[in-house]
Design a protein. Structure first.
Length: 464
RNA sequence: GUCCCUAUCGUCUAGCCUGGCCCGGGACACCGGCCUUUCACGCCGGCGACGGGGGUUCGAAUCCCCCUGGGGACGCCA
């Protein structure tokens, strides 16, 4: 047991994406490893952009990935009183002030500064105003002038130092009175006793000013660990044009959560030459020490490989349950066909996603086999009639569709027809499955069972 | 533009801290072969990197500096 307290704090302005999921994973893993607490906090201070749907989508994705939180979810929108109180505290202490500059004025100044090659920061117009008219205003945090720079040691990036001349007086409350991110994140992390903040390194630049806020509010500054970003193949920030970025989209595409977790953890973290990790492995082995410092490129191929690995080695009973919705989506009724678990077993090593498995499984469930045009033309020709007749009568005689019995039956067929196994198997495969690619023919026969198999052979016979 | 971060195969990375065992290891992808009743799986093999330039040192992927590349931040978004 330790007192480690970490958190994942997504803003509900969309679904949970790949990068967020990895941040959540790192937090979760560390909490579990240390026997600490993993807290979930929804950062919805931007009322205009936050939606209930996004919250639900994020919660659902967290659940799918298996990241259960120990505390929360907490909603910042429930805590505005606390924030208001803290703003007042800063105001009273003279550590914050009202700023009456309009957004338009600020934009103009920013643009001008950029054009002149200066850093676009607030010029402090309202900093020393003595009057406080009752006009629309924001609240700004007064950058402390008692130090020239702020330095902290990041658990991943190392020592980070920023000179205060690079900073300005940031807005902590909007014109409408609502608090902004940099303020609330500090208040909540402090009030929730978070002692290690793990987040994307796009927050690295915010950290010094947040540290200043911690100090101004009299809070203990936590430790920080900034995880590198995830990029697309073109080294640009990962976005929709690189393919799906929503975690749940991968579930829909037939990915298993353990594959996603395994892929995500290896993107930026390593443990010698190991590639495959269960959640239990990760809780034992994961650590910030082996997290890389540079951005990584999202590689869908490797995710796919891991997915096929987990499908191959997965429990058929569980996979069968997972397969059902994918089958139903293709209008296949999983109840009307052979044993689903046997179906899964026959497809595990040749499926890379559950969607693919569903595609491969469909033929088992159809009432009437639909032949692929080419396959039919090549393997279901009139001259095959004697072969199929043989097949029908011998298989009819076969007492049980077991590997052993089927082998015996085929030995007989091979002898009487003087055909090699391949010459028999392929036409039969087409008759049974409609195509030329399928699991082993003995397996197909067994899974389908005697009755279905014979019906399909007779169906083929009728077309010759 | 300014600041911050970063830099090993196409990609994820091991190695770097504690220089020599690394003319650099693993994985994905790719190519070839084997296996084989189809498609796959699997197995074997191959291709392929220390960004560039200066130092330090007997010796550098490993330490230092510069350059270049990449990412991020600069918002009344988070």
């Amino acid at each position: 047991m330790s007192d480690l307290r970490v958190r994942f704090a997504p803003s509900p302005t969309g679904y949970l994406h790949i990068g967020g999921a990895r941040t959540a994973l790192f937090n979760y893993l560390l909490a579990k490893k240390a026997g600490g607490k993993f807290i979930l906090r929804i950062e919805d201070t931007d009322v205009a952009r936050s939606t209930r749907e996004s919250v639900d989508a994020i919660l659902k994705a967290m659940d799918w990935l298996g990241f259960a939180c120990d505390e929360g979810p907490f909603y910042q929108s429930d805590r505005f009183d606390l924030y208001r109180q803290k703003v007042a505290q800063l105001l009273e202490a003279g550590k914050a002030y009202r700023c009456y500059c309009t957004a338009e004025e600020l934009d103009a100044k920013r643009e001008a500064a950029m054009k002149e090659g200066r850093k676009p920061k607030y010029d402090g117009t309202c900093r020393n105003r003595s009057d406080q008219p009752d006009a629309p205003h924001v609240i700004r945090f007064k950058l402390p002038e008692d130090r020239l720079e702020t330095t902290f040691v990041d658990k991943i990036k190392g020592t980070i130092s920023v000179r205060h001349e690079e900073l300005d007086d940031l807005i902590i409350a909007r014109t409408d009175g609502t608090p902004t991110y940099n303020l609330v994140v500090v208040i909540d992390d402090a009030e929730m006793a978070i002692n290690l903040v793990i987040r994307g390194d796009d927050h690295l630049n915010n950290t010094p000013r947040q540290i200043l806020l911690y100090e101004a509010l009299g809070y203990t500054v936590p430790e920080f660990a900034h995880v590198p970003m995830i990029l697309g193949a073109d080294k640009k920030r990962l976005s929709k044009r690189h393919g799906a970025t929503s975690v749940m989209a991968y579930r829909e595409m037939g990915y298993l959560p353990e594959a996603m977790v395994n892929y995500l953890v290896r993107l930026g973290w390593s443990c010698g030459d190991e590639e495959v990790f269960s959640m239990a492995d990760l809780i034992e082995k994961f650590g910030l020490d082996n997290v890389g410092r540079s951005a990584g490129v999202f590689n869908p191929d490797k995710l796919l490989w891991l997915n096929s690995h987990y499908i191959k080695t997965g429990d058929p009973v569980r996979l069968a349950a997972l397969l059902k919705p994918f089958l139903q989506q293709k209008s296949v009724d999983p109840e009307k066909g052979p044993d689903l678990i046997a179906v899964v077993k026959s497809l595990q090593e040749r499926s890379t996603t559950m969607v693919e498995m569903a595609e491969g499984a469909t033929f088992y469930f159809v009432d009437e086999v639909a032949y692929e045009e080419k396959a039919q033309a090549k393997f279901l020709k009139p001259e095959q009639k004697p072969l199929f007749e043989q097949l029908a009568s011998e298989l009819e005689k076969c007492p049980q569709f077991t590997e052993e019995q089927l082998e015996k039956t085929f030995a007989v067929i091979m002898e009487t027809t003087e055909l090699k196994f391949g010459k028999i198997a392929q036409p039969l495969r087409v008759a049974l499955t409609g195509g030329t690619a399928s699991p082993s023919i003995y397996v197909v026969l067994q899974v389908l069972g005697k009755e279905r198999s014979l019906r399909r052979i007779r169906q083929a016979l009728a077309t010759l």
